[in-house]
Design a binder for this molecule. Structure first.
Ligand SMILES: CCCC/C=C/CC(=O)SCCNC(=O)CCNC(=O)[C@H](O)C(C)(C)COP(=O)(O)OP(=O)(O)OC[C@H]1O[C@@H](n2cnc3c(N)ncnc32)[C@H](O)[C@@H]1OP(=O)(O)O
Length: 364
């Protein structure tokens, strides 16, 4: 998806190692620890040396930082090291510390806005005139934004929407741009994109928060089961009209929804398209907390800013413990859901439903 970004070379890495020694300002212990861990990972690979004893405090702290990088590849660690040094060099030359996302590759279109501030990377769906419906380009951009956020300096990542909707799900006109290979090829490439997109949520290593600023439809609802926390305005609703569209569940919801809310509540949503209010979604465990619309943004962001000051490694590790044993299962579910949808998208039921929406005969 989108092709892998070019990773830093050994020469870039060696230059960065020399550059660290020339930094004008001491970057502080936390950053030095991160540099140490990345250096070890880049040169020796994952930590497999014995853990120092409790009283060997300094070496134990260093070991913890290295070990927290888990199975990060040598190449990715080298890239992260080079990025970190380049940020440190830039900030020791310029007085502006508020640009942690300046080196982030910006999305290809204005329909997605990615910012990083106060330890929070925010990915904002920005197509309010179309209720933030997800175009093919937006899926690619969200994948890239999540990949960048997983490596940046922020502690927490947030997905939210601009305007009155959170997201109206897949842009139904995505299905009207038939490639040369016809419907079959369209369904194949959409299924591959869906699988990559959902995999990024399954694998995302940091706390991931949905700030649901309005109604949510389709895939924007199903992936909520892969978020760590979901805050919603009391104006939000949660709608998965798959049967109406001749489609079937995705985003691992066929597994996460029954687990979260019990099989019969999940079936009412996923089979019959029952739309939940924010309060109902909260009572069923899909939403963490509902806020009055008037104070939603203020209350939620104040809370997230406070959470973003918590030790980031502790949050990552806690997330790993909570989620890791499920990962294999989730990847299998995602693969199955994507493959079933590949068939569904070629069905008459689905084509008729989409044609009906596009010709304005039906609204959900
Ligand atoms: C490759 C991965 C594929 C993953 C598959 C995922 C499956 C899903 O996500 S299924 C869910 C698909 N979504 C829908 O079916 C929602 C369709 N939209 C609606 O029913 C309504 O637009 C609404 C209930 C969301 C909002 O109704 P409202 O009356 O308030 O506003 P509208 O005038 O209808 O919308 C404004 C504007 O936005 C366009 N639009 C809204 N949603 C979509 C959409 N999902 N796809 C394409 N376009 C959408 C709508 O057509 C209007 O456009 P115009 O102003 O140009 O008429």
């Amino acid at each position: 998806v989108g092709g892998p970004a070019m990773l830093a070379s050994q020469k870039d890495f060696n230059n960065a190692v020399s550059q660290v020694k020339l930094l004008k300002e001491d970057p502080g212990n936390e950053v030095k620890l991160k540099l140490y861990a990345l250096y070890k990972q880049a040169t020796e690979g994952p930590c497999n040396v014995p853990k120092p004893g409790m009283l060997d405090f300094i070496n134990k702290t260093k070991w913890d930082a290295w070990n927290a990088l888990g199975s990060l590849s040598k190449e990715a660690a080298r890239q992260n090291y080079v990025d970190l040094v380049s940020r440190l060099s830039a900030s020791s030359e310029s007085p502006s510390p508020e640009a942690p996302a300046a080196d982030r590759k910006q999305p290809e279109s204005d329909s997605l806005v990615v910012t990083s501030e106060d330890g929070i990377t925010t990915i904002r769906l920005n197509r309010p005139a179309k209720k933030n419906a997800l175009t093919t380009q937006m899926y690619h951009d969200i994948i890239a934004a999540l990949q960048a956020a997983s490596k940046d300096e922020s502690a927490i990542t947030v997905l939210t929407g601009s305007g009155d909707y959170y997201c109206s799900g897949n842009d139904l006109t995505n299905f009207t741009h038939l490639p040369a290979g016809g419907l079959e090829e369209m369904a194949r490439s959409a299924a591959a994109l869906l699988r990559d997109f959902v995999n990024c949520f399954i694998d995302f290593p940091k706390p991931l928060v949905a700030v649901v600023n309005g109604p949510a439809v389709g895939i924007s609802v199903t992936i909520l089961g892969l978020f760590d926390v979901v805050y919603a305005t009391d104006r939000a609703s949660f709608h998965t009209p798959f049967s109406h569209l001749g489609q079937s569940p995705e985003g691992c919801s066929s597994y996460t929804f029954p687990k979260i809310m019990g099989s019969s509540k999940a079936a009412e949503m996923l089979l019959f398209g029952k739309k939940l209010t924010a309060q109902e979604a909260c009572a069923q465990g899909l939403v963490t907390e509902v806020f009055p619309d008037g104070t939603f943004q203020k209350e939620v962001w104040a809370r997230l800013k406070a959470y973003s000051k918590l030790p980031p490694n502790a949050m990552r590790i806690s997330k790993q413990i909570i989620r890791n044993r499920e990962k294999e299962k989730l990847h299998a579910v995602n693969a199955e859901e994507s493959s079933v949808l590949r068939e569904r998208w070629q069905s008459d039921e689905c084509m008729n439903a989409i044609a009906s929406f596009l010709s304005r005969k039906a609204k959900l």
